[in-house]
Write a protein that binds this ligand. Structure first.
Ligand SMILES: Cc1cc2nc3c(=O)[nH]c(=O)nc-3n(C[C@H](O)[C@H](O)[C@H](O)COP(=O)(O)OP(=O)(O)OC[C@H]3O[C@@H](n4cnc5c(N)ncnc54)[C@H](O)[C@@H]3O)c2cc1C
Length: 415
């Protein structure tokens, strides 16, 4: 793999053609590890398996195209100011990896630490966010409380008057939070993993999980034929339940559509990321200039990659209350993804009752920010057969023991 650098840019500018970013691999008969799902989490897992654990005989299978699931559909908000210590540790591990990811994989993922502002509109919001600020400080994670005037100074254009339905009473700010380019994350991990020998196989759906006489995983059936393996890592987001059912497992997951929108591109108007739980919207501006808006999940479970029109209407109404000036913008497009949510709104990472079958799911509406950390701890778990220290609290058993990691009520808009 040629390294991207100023020098290579000059060389290619002078006419040398660019090489393909990753090999278009044909499936082999057997692999040491098969990862199901070429989203950010699956690709990051494969990369860290190869890079940090020397496990290079790895295939990443996707039923569609690489990054075509939630990874390429999300609003890219990154932050680590979660309430519970287990979550804060995991998401901050990811945030630290984001800070050096472009260099690590030699690919510009456009991580931009422009600050994530979480608005408080009620006394309850104020109490909850101040609790987050204090908890995060004890955890060594940056998070600070701003008055409405300080919030408006940080994020010009924000309406802090009391003429709106839900006046802004203050905000929590994580300055290290921000956004990254979602496609670049998938492409960058794919390129780096492929260079280390990982086979990425697109348009190849897993249709079955086979087990030997002892009940241990022995192969996956796919639309490209059977592939023998003793370790399968599932990172299939909204389709996790479907795949786990192939191994006879039922997980505490529900899949919902979640949608987002972009406006026409405009000059820089929004220098930070803004989230509001009460009016329910989250918004940032992409480097192309489009304003990116995210909505809440539909009220009903579904596998449709769309979302209810009324949800879109309510979100846009909420955004316009926060930023009246955006009334004049036109929407360019909208889309949906399928997010898998757990009862405590925390992910499930680790082993399953089926030996050789590992799962990484339940990231719901907020797993993009975790991509590097999730892949990193999942790779260690698959490589060693023992949950990584940061993944251990997120084991499936917590739904039996009752040791939940409750981010459901604790989170603002959970992105
Ligand atoms: C509209 C929207 C906004 C969001 N906003 C944010 C945000 O701002 N911040 C944030 O942190 N998170 C956000 N999220 C959540 C985030 O996108 C996800 O948690 C994260 O991208 C999940 O990544 P993944 O790699 O696990 O899944 P995905 O990227 O969905 O990848 C799973 C892959 O599995 C493949 N697959 C499924 N079934 C099979 C099969 N049978 N065989 C082979 N392959 C299969 C799919 O094709 C897919 O490519 C948002 C999500 C949506 C939809």
């Amino acid at each position: 793999m040629s390294r991207y650098s100023w020098l290579s840019l000059l060389r290619h500018g002078a006419g040398q053609p660019w090489a393909r970013q990753w090999r278009d691999a044909a499936p082999k008969a057997a692999y040491d590890v098969v990862i199901v799902g070429a989203g950010g989490h699956g690709l990051a897992t494969a990369y860290y398996l190869a890079k940090e654990h020397g496990v290079r005989n790895v295939a990443v299978l996707d039923k569609g195209w690489l990054g075509g699931g939630n990874t390429g559909r999300n609003t890219t908000i990154i932050r680590s100011n979660y309430l519970q210590p287990e979550s804060a540790a995991l998401y901050d591990h990811a945030l630290r990896l984001w800070e050096t990811l472009s260099r690590e994989i030699n690919y510009n993922v456009m991580y931009s630490a422009r600050g994530v502002l979480m608005l408080a509109h009620t006394h309850h919001d104020v109490q909850v966010f101040k609790r987050h600020v204090h908890a995060n400080r004890l955890q060594g994670i940056d998070n600070e409380w701003l008055t409405p005037a300080q919030a408006a100074a940080f994020c010009p254009g924000l309406d802090i008057s009391d003429r709106v339905r839900f006046p802004i009473l203050g905000a929590a700010l994580q300055r290290r939070g921000g956004v990254a380019r979602h496609d670049a994350v998938a492409w960058g991990y794919a390129r780096a993993a492929s260079a280390l020998g990982v086979d990425i196989i697109q348009n190849c759906a897993v249709t079955g999980i086979l087990r030997d006489a002892a009940g241990v995983v022995s192969a996956v059936e796919t639309t490209c034929g059977p592939i023998a393996t003793s370790r399968v890592g599932v990172a299939a987001a909204g389709h996790t339940s479907v795949i786990m059912a192939m191994a006879g497992l039922r997980l505490p997951l529900e899949s919902f559509p979640l949608q987002a929108f972009v406006s026409e591109p405009v000059k820089p108007v929004l220098p930070c990321v803004v989230m509001s739980n009460t009016v329910h919207a989250y918004i940032s501006q992409s480097d192309k200039g489009e304003l990116v808006f995210g909505a809440g999940t539909d009220a009903y479970t579904s596998y449709s990659q769309a979302g209810g029109l009324h949800v879109a209407g309510e979100t846009l109404q909420a955004v316009l209350e926060l930023f009246p000036a955006f009334r004049r913008l036109r929407l360019l497009r909208n889309w949906g993804g399928i997010v898998d949510t757990t009862p405590d709104r925390s992910p499930i990472i680790g082993l399953t009752p089926v030996p050789g079958l590992y799962v990484n799911c339940g990231w719901g509406t907020g797993g993009f920010k975790a991509t590097p950390g999730s892949g990193h701890v999942f790779a260690a778990t698959i490589a060693t057969g023992v949950p990584h220290r940061l993944a251990a609290p997120f084991a499936l058993e917590r739904f039996v023991t009752g040791r939940l990691i409750d981010e459901a009520a604790a989170a603002a808009v959970a992105h």
